[in-house]
Structure formats: structure tokens, C-alpha cells
Design a binder for this molecule. Structure first.
Ligand SMILES: Cc1cc2nc3c(=O)[nH]c(=O)nc-3n(C[C@H](O)[C@H](O)[C@H](O)COP(=O)(O)OP(=O)(O)OC[C@H]3O[C@@H](n4cnc5c(N)ncnc54)[C@H](O)[C@@H]3O)c2cc1C
Length: 491
């Protein structure tokens, strides 16, 4: 039997497995704590009118509003936000600002090489535009252009990364994505989880909530009227359209729906995305432990090539934020409480963190939180007009990659709302949903089955085993969609 002294010593040094602040979003806490004197945006009361009414105050809505007033300085722009700006995915994500250069193969398959290159180049240039915007407006959102390490932890992932590197090289973008060895990844990050990987040169790390709240500030400075605590409860699909909130209404020539996962409750968009959780755990500050590691010094992102992707960054105060996609599925594509904090998934993400960094086994986890992701069959955002209502625009489907792309999508939405017929307004992503998911209850039941099989397949592969036929089938089914129902021609 162990002595009491030994037991006490063990208890004192044993890692605390459960994070302390469950559900509390570190990024938002930090951003709001530094906001003394910020302009209040009280709820809409009564009737208002606007040229454009944007629904949703995350990155997409705020970039759209900023693009609108940039292009048309006299435009009257109103943003309606259900809660507070940045409290959706924009304030709670992993802070990975990436382009689509690693998606060139999928983009080329769907849209052809010319459009694939346009989208990849635009998404890359967008990171530069965000960097310039941050500089111009004195925004301190811990932006660091340290690139990203996209690693492979199984043979299947080695093939995915290798294919992306080869496609980028073939299409003349090899300077943006380069092979790196397992040894280099270990030397730069301390993890031994990788077999090989790629260095993605144009990526940046950001404190996501500081960026979202700064966009709110600049939008207000530029004359955008923002009403927080003002959810759209009804949309009158007329021309002009009317957006109704609990205490007011906005009549607007054009409406932009930018409510991300919540947009899936708009009836025309109901089957366009699955709403799933993504969860993050955060360590206590350990700057001394990370001091000699290149990724901590340069702000290099670290993640893998799984479908249920792992993603990590080191914060400015020396914490590791480590997340994983593929969390709870929302019935009927709803945002559910489990998306914001799911104890079982958070524990499993914490276990993954310990597996990636066994040398940090005793480091304490201080926070665990999550958010809702709008997962589209094509894994890329899409923009369109709502049915026959060409004055109601929407964008969703970021599929967990929206920090950088939302600024490009904001430009596309703004150009469409202003009726500008340019390369943004007419790009390949502006053709509406790539497909439709099955109706409920099939969507939820089938989705849960497929996702369980994918999770098991990826775990088997990382243990050096074959995914097996069910695993391989499930991985293909993740992108399954149905074509839109054809309308009967009027009699
Ligand atoms: C945990 C997590 C980690 C992620 N990590 C990354 C990452 O590292 N890199 C990356 O590129 N992407 C990541 N993403 C995805 C990225 O955060 C999103 O794609 C991006 O923030 C989408 O911005 P948005 O403005 O469209 O949506 P949101 O930020 O969700 O904004 C939508 C807003 O609409 C509001 N709203 C909802 N309903 C209504 C209504 N009825 N009326 C008015 N307003 C309404 C909401 O309150 C919300 O503020 C992550 C997402 C999550 C959840």
C-alpha cells in the first residue's frame, strides 16, 4: 500500500485533467476586458430604413458593412446582431488565418484551374489586405505572419498533404506550400505526432475576438449603424425587404444574411449545411517552456490534415490553444448548447493535446470552449440570393475556415448588394449551394453514423492501421450531397 505522503505528493503534482473555466471563451474575455469606453450599440427600437441591412455581426457581416461603405460612402448600412458582435464563431475560433492555397486541387476539380487560381490567389491576397487594414486602423489583434505547419499523422494524411504540395507546384504556387520533414516539425514545435507535413507560407495567427471587436469599432467610425441584442425574427421577402426584430424593423433595399450557422434556420438554406461543434482547450501561460520553439516565437500555426482537424497556435502570453473539429451535430442544422461547451468532446480534445505534447502532461488547462461550424458539402463557403428574391443575399458554408476567407466573402456580398457586376460578384463561389443535404431525420441519423465512422477511421489510420471499407466509404460520404429539387414548370 502507498503511504499517505506519497499519495499527497502525487495529488499535488498530478495534472488537473478538467479545464477550469468550462465554456468561458478566453479570447472574448481578453477582448472585452480591454474595451473600456467602447461605444454601446443598444437594441433597435422602432422603425429604421437603410440601403443595406446586414444580419449578423461576425466577420462576414462586419467585413460586408465595411466593404459597402468603402465602395459607396453614402450608403446607409445597418447591422443587426442577435447578441454582441463577435460572440459567434468569429470571437471563439482557433485564430488560424489561412488561404485556400492548400485547397487548389479541390478547387480545380470543381471550378477549373483558372478560377481555382483566382480564388486561391484572392484568398491569399485577402490576408495581406487584412494585415494592411490592421495597420491602417491601429488594431492590436496579435496578428503574426508566421506561416503554418500543416502536418500528416497517418499515411492517408501524408497522401493528402503530398497531393496539395504537388498541385500547388504544378499550378505555379509551389512557393506558398513546401514539404517539411517530421524532424523539422518536432524541432519547431516539440510535437512528435507528425510523419511529415507542409509549411504554408502565407498564413497568419490572430487573436480572433480582438479582430472581431476591432471591426465593430471601425465600422461604427465609418458610419455603419450597429444594433446589438437585435435578432432578426422575421424576414419579409419583399422589395424593399423588411427585417423584423423583437422591438423594431428595418426596411432595406438589399438584405445580407451573414448569420453563419444560424442562417441554416432560414427555410431556403435549411439543407445547405450541417451544423457541428468545434472545441478548443487552452493551457496556462508557459512562456518559459516554449521559449526555444520557433512556432511560439514566430506565431506559426500548427494543425493536421484530418477531416476532424486538429488546430493549434501559441498565444502572445505563451499559452497553447489546441482545438479539434468534428464535434456534436445539431439536429435540423440547429445551433445547440453542446456547440459552446461539450464536456465529453472537450475531454477528448484535452487527451489529444496530451498525446501531441506528452512533455507538457503536467501543464494545466485553464479554459475549454467551443462554437458552431457551418459544414457545407463542398467544404467551401458559397454566396447566393435567396430563391427568387434577388435583393436578399447570403453567405455560409465556411466549414471551419472563415477567419481569412470571410473578408473576401464580405467583398463578394457587398459587390452583389451594390449591383456591381465584377469578378468578385460573379466568381465561382457566388453560384449558391454546391448541393443539398438529405432532409431530416435522415440528415441527423445519417450524419451521426458517417461522422462516427470517420472518427474511428482516422483514429485507426493514426495508429498505423487501415481505415477499412466502412471507414473509406464514410470518408467519401462526408462530401455527399443531393442536387437541388427541380421546380415543376408553371402549368
Ligand atoms: C471553435 C471554432 C474554431 C474555429 N477555428 C477557425 C480557425 O482557426 N480558422 C478559420 O479560418 N476558421 C475557424 N473557424 C470558423 C470561423 O470562425 C468562421 O468561419 C467565421 O468566424 C464565420 O464568421 P461569420 O461572421 O460568418 O459567423 P459568426 O461569427 O458566427 O457570426 C454570425 C453572427 O450572427 C449572429 N446571429 C445569429 N442569428 C441571428 C439573427 N437571427 N439575427 C441577427 N444576428 C444573428 C450571431 O450572434 C453571430 O454573431 C472556427 C469556428 C469555430 C466555432
Amino acid at each position: 500500500m502507498r503511504s499517505r505522503a506519497t499519495r499527497t505528493r502525487r495529488a499535488a503534482t498530478a495534472p488537473r485533467r478538467r479545464p477550469l473555466n468550462t465554456g468561458a471563451v478566453f479570447w472574448l474575455e481578453q477582448a472585452i476586458a480591454g474595451e473600456a469606453g467602447a461605444v454601446a450599440c443598444p437594441p433597435l427600437a422602432g422603425a429604421a430604413s437603410a440601403d443595406v441591412c446586414v444580419v449578423g455581426g461576425g466577420y462576414t457581416g462586419l467585413w460586408t458593412a465595411l466593404e459597402l461603405v468603402e465602395e459607396a460612402p453614402d450608403a446607409r448600412v445597418v447591422v443587426l446582431e442577435a447578441g454582441a458582435c463577435g460572440f459567434g464563431a468569429s470571437g471563439r475560433n482557433g485564430g488560424w488565418m489561412t488561404s485556400w492555397v492548400d485547397e487548389l486541387d479541390g478547387l480545380a476539380d470543381r471550378f477549373g484551374e483558372e478560377q481555382a487560381l483566382w480564388l486561391a490567389d484572392e484568398s491569399s491576397a485577402t490576408i495581406g489586405r487584412i494585415e494592411a487594414f490592421i495597420g491602417e486602423h491601429g488594431i492590436d489583434c496579435h496578428f503574426r505572419r508566421g506561416g503554418g505547419l500543416w502536418v500528416a499523422s497517418s499515411a492517408a494524411q501524408v497522401a493528402i498533404v503530398g497531393h496539395a504540395i504537388a498541385t500547388a507546384a504544378r499550378l505555379g504556387r509551389g512557393h506558398l506550400i513546401k514539404a517539411v520533414s517530421a524532424e523539422e516539425i518536432t524541432a519547431r514545435t516539440g510535437t512528435r505526432a507528425a510523419l511529415s507535413g507542409a509549411s504554408i507560407e502565407d498564413s497568419a495567427a490572430v487573436q480572433p475576438a480582438l479582430l472581431a471587436r476591432a471591426l465593430r469599432r471601425v465600422a461604427l467610425e465609418r458610419g455603419v449603424r450597429i444594433f446589438e441584442g437585435s435578432p432578426m425574427i422575421r424576414l419579409e421577402r419583399t422589395r424593399p425587404a423588411t427585417v423584423v426584430t423583437p422591438a423594431g424593423r428595418v426596411e432595406a433595399g438589399e438584405v445580407v444574411l451573414a448569420a453563419n450557422a444560424w442562417s441554416a434556420q432560414v427555410r431556403e438554406l435549411r439543407r445547405t449545411v450541417a451544423v457541428v461543434g468545434s472545441q478548443i482547450v487552452l493551457t496556462e501561460p508557459i512562456p518559459d517552456r516554449l521559449r526555444d520553439l520557433d512556432w511560439a516565437q514566430r506565431g506559426t500555426l500548427l494543425g493536421d490534415a484530418r477531416l476532424f482537424v486538429h488546430y493549434a497556435q501559441v498565444t502572445r502570453d505563451g499559452r497553447i490553444a489546441f482545438g479539434r473539429g468534428g464535434g456534436a451535430l445539431g439536429l435540423a442544422s440547429r445551433v445547440v448548447p453542446k456547440h459552446f461547451y461539450d464536456p465529453a468532446t472537450a475531454a477528448s480534445v484535452a487527451a489529444d493535446f496530451r498525446r501531441w505534447f506528452p512533455q507538457l502532461a503536467r501543464v494545466r488547462l485553464t479554459h475549454a470552449w467551443g462554437g458552431a461550424v457551418d459544414r457545407a458539402p463542398g467544404h467551401l463557403p458559397f454566396v447566393g440570393a435567396l430563391g427568387d428574391h434577388s435583393n436578399v443575399h447570403y453567405a455560409l458554408g465556411y466549414s471551419g475556415n472563415g477567419v481569412g476567407p470571410s473578408a473576401l466573402i464580405g467583398r463578394i456580398l457587398a459587390r452583389r448588394a451594390l449591383g456591381t457586376n465584377d469578378e468578385y460578384a460573379t466568381c465561382a463561389l457566388a453560384g449558391g449551394p454546391p448541393g443539398y443535404l438529405p432532409p431530416e431525420p435522415l440528415r441527423f441519423a445519417g450524419g451521426a453514423l458517417v461522422r462516427g465512422a470517420v472518427r474511428r477511421a482516422e483514429e485507426r489510420e493514426e495508429a498505423g492501421r487501415d481505415a477499412g471499407p466502412p471507414g473509406r466509404l464514410a470518408k467519401r460520404l462526408v462530401t455527399f450531397s443531393l442536387p437541388p429539387l427541380r421546380r415543376r414548370p408553371p402549368a
